[in-house]
Design a protein around this ligand. Structure first.
Ligand code: NAD
Length: 271
């Protein structure tokens, strides 16, 4: 992939060793990109597979690149400003911003949705993406790019996960508005979104469990049903998403901006 070597990337929400964020960080590092890892806590509590940001950063460095980690809450303006400061201090600039951090908070049917859960979902997925993009802009220049991790759920209404769907639809529109403005203002920063479908991470497994409960099936049955809706006949991996981020961040994608690209094994197709 051309144009990635010695770039600097921030991947938010990259503290889960089995999550999409860490896979993105690792994929970019393989192309020689220096990496800033971020998460809301120093160690993400993943059952049976805890690794601290420091340990994950050490794994990234094995690719021969520099790597730092910053604990910051993307919904908190001061925390994100601190993260921007650390990146400036360490690297002086940022070339690739991947807004990956996201969450599903107490999902429920919309008419039963709790106020706090609704606000927190929008706060993390949508406001966090906005706050981080705005804070990193002074560190970025022409030719740099933003990749937002939205979701298939931002285009296709999720049942019992409406706040998440609405927040991700917001991320897709934020992507397009930013791409248009940054293009027309002559800043030359490309902005794209990815819309993953069913990707095998802790978040998705929890989603299948919830859907199974709701439809009174067991989880294996639910996954079988999901598989029947995916033309490629398999669940996606974090690496499936990571490879597209690397492509979008590279010079190969220098004429692509304002897009929301589905990574769903064909589960979602649009004209
Ligand atoms: P994950 O839970 O492993 O990763 C999300 C990360 O974001 C976690 O490490 C979490 O601690 C972090 N995070 C949450 N709130 C934060 C905050 N306020 N500040 C900083 N970090 C915060 O889940 P994942 O499946 O790897 O999801 C990664 C992204 O992909 C998310 O945006 C998710 O919505 C999106 N996505 C996932 C799927 C899927 O099937 N797994 C599908 C579509 C979209």
């Amino acid at each position: 992939m051309r144009g990635l070597k010695d770039k600097v990337a921030l991947v938010t929400g990259s503290g889960d060793p089995n999550g999409i964020g860490f896979a993105i960080a690792m994929e970019l590092a393989k192309y020689g990109v220096h990496i800033v890892l971020n998460d809301i806590a120093e160690t993400k509590d993943v059952e049976g597979n805890q690794k601290s940001l420091d340990e994950l950063s050490a794994e990234i460095k094995k690719q021969g690149v520099r790597s730092i980690w910053v604990v910051a809450d993307i919904t908190d303006i001061n925390s994100v400003a601190y993260m921007a400061g650390r990146i400036k201090e360490e690297f002086g600039h940022l070339n690739i911003l991947c807004n990956n951090a996201g969450a599903i908070i107490s999902p429920n049917f919309m008419h039963l949705m709790d106020d706090k859960a609704w606000k927190k979902t929008l706060d993390i997925n949508l406001n966090g993406t906005f706050i981080t993009s705005r804070a990193m802009m002074p560190l970025m220049k022409k030719g740099d790019c933003i990749v937002n991790i939205a979701s298939r759920a931002g285009k296709f209404p999720a049942m019992c996960n409406g706040a998440y769907s609405v927040s991700k639809a917001g991320v897709i529109m934020l992507t397009k508005v930013l791409a248009k403005e940054l293009g027309f203002l002559g800043m030359g920063i490309r902005v794209n979104a990815l819309c993953p479908g069913q990707i095998n991470t802790a978040m998705r497994k929890w989603g299948w469990e919830l859907e199974a409960q709701l439809t009174q099936r067991d989880v294996a049955q639910r996954v079988e049903e999901v598989l029947e809706t995916i033309p490629l006949g398999r669940i996606g991996t974090p690496e499936d998403v990571a490879r597209v981020v690397a492509f979008l961040a590279s010079d190969e994608a220098s004429y692509i901006t304002g897009q929301a690209i589905n990574i769903t094994g064909g589960q979602l197709m649009e004209l």
